[in-house]
Design a protein around this ligand. Structure first.
Ligand code: PEP
Ligand code: MN
Length: 349
């Protein structure tokens, strides 16, 4: 990281950027109110930091060891501009630092009628953002893959329903991209782009969504350690996009025999990650447990652990859902979750 002097000129900043580029690296510039900080993106082994420190306008040039420096609290401390990214704005909604935000909706968009009925229900329950999967990651090729799998036009139609429902019930919308071929299409429509757990490691996908500049909901892979998760979030940040919402959605249960939960929701990861990064962190108790009877307790626990929000799968008739029926709750149940979580949040803040 290159820390510029207070009042360094644009010319001096450009000179530093040019020097960084000579090493084949990219520069991430954070312009604070008083000073600018430049983060180096790429392999720093060849960099002569001592020489960079002698350039006009440079206060200090320091090597940073962590693999996720751009999203680190350390970087945020150096530049006031970066710290603002701890709050992510989606329409009128602010995620991070304030009231918890609730993202809800069906696992998969199945029809216009199903989507609108659920959207109306979650709005009534107090949710803020509407979710609905159009490209579904599934374990079997023989399962329903989402309406997006039926072709480009069907995908577009489902995206239009999602936006229409969002407009009608005044909620921003989010859906998942499962591959690079979905990115342009999805980015045309949604307010937030979701990267699912299975794609956490796809660095090309992360770079291409990062380039879109839209807020990203980034889910932890069920086998990823915390440092690994944050290191892959850095691939999005390296494209100049720090509008990243991290999502804890459970890791693989350990031991033999029945685990009784679909995944193990790693709630300690929430405060642990908050010490490392300024990015807001939400939890997904639906995929984290796979059980509707555990959603209430784990939602309360996640908010108590400091989550900035929750993502919960909802259906007016859970048994009827084609995907993830066992973990769906009803809009009425969602309302109880939201009301209780808001009370818990008030108690702890
Ligand atoms: C989802 O949120 O629709 C989903 C598939 O979750 P995950 O990627 O966490 O499995
Ligand atoms: Mn699901």
């Amino acid at each position: 990281m290159i820390i510029m002097e207070t009042g360094a000129t644009q010319e001096q900043i450009d000179r530093v950027i040019a020097e960084i580029k000579k090493y084949g690296l990219r520069a991430d510039v954070s312009k604070g109110e008083f000073r600018s900080v430049i983060g180096l993106v790429g392999d720093e082994r060849q960099v002569d930091f001592a020489r960079l420190a002698t350039l006009p306008g440079v206060k200090e040039a320091i090597g940073v060891e962590t693999p996720y420096k751009l999203i680190s609290r350390e970087y945020a401390k150096l530049s006031e501009e970066v710290s603002e990214h701890g709050v992510i704005k989606v329409g009128n909604i602010k995620i991070g630092g304030g009231e918890p935000i609730f993202i809800a909706g069906p696992c998969a968009v199945e029809s216009k009628e199903q989507l609108f009925r659920i959207a109306e229900g979650i709005k009534r329950a107090g949710a803020h953002i509407l979710r609905g999967g159009i490209f579904k990651p599934r374990s079997s090729v023989h399962s329903f893959q989402g309406l997006g799998a039926n072709g480009r036009e069907e995908a577009r139609e489902a995206l239009e329903w999602l936006c229409e429902a969002g407009r009608k019930f005044e909620m921003p919308v989010i859906t998942e991209v499962r591959g690079e071929t979905h990115v342009d299409l999805v980015a045309e429509y949604v307010d937030v782009i979701q990267i699912g757990a299975r794609n956490m490691y796809d660095q090309d996908l992360l770079a291409s969504v990062g380039k879109k500049g839209k807020p990203i909901l980034f889910k932890r892979h069920f086998g990823a350690g915390i440092e690994e998760f944050l290191s892959f979030a850095e691939y999005i940040a390296a494209e100049g996009n720090r509008h990243i919402i991290l999502c804890e959605r459970g890791i693989i249960p350990v031991g033999k025999g029945k685990s009784y939960t679909r995944y193990t929701l790693d709630l300690a990861a929430i405060p642990a990650m908050q010490k490392e990064t300024y990015l807001p962190i939400i939890a997904d108790p639906s995929h984290g447990t796979g059980r509707r009877d555990l959603i209430f307790s784990m939602s309360c626990a996640a908010i108590a652990a400091g989550a900035s929000g929750l993502m919960i799968e909802v259906h007016y008739n859970p048994e009827e859902a084609i995907v993830d029926a066992k973990q769906m709750i009803t809009p009425d149940e969602l309302k109880v979750v939201i009301d209780t979580c808001q009370r818990i949040h008030r108690q702890i803040s």
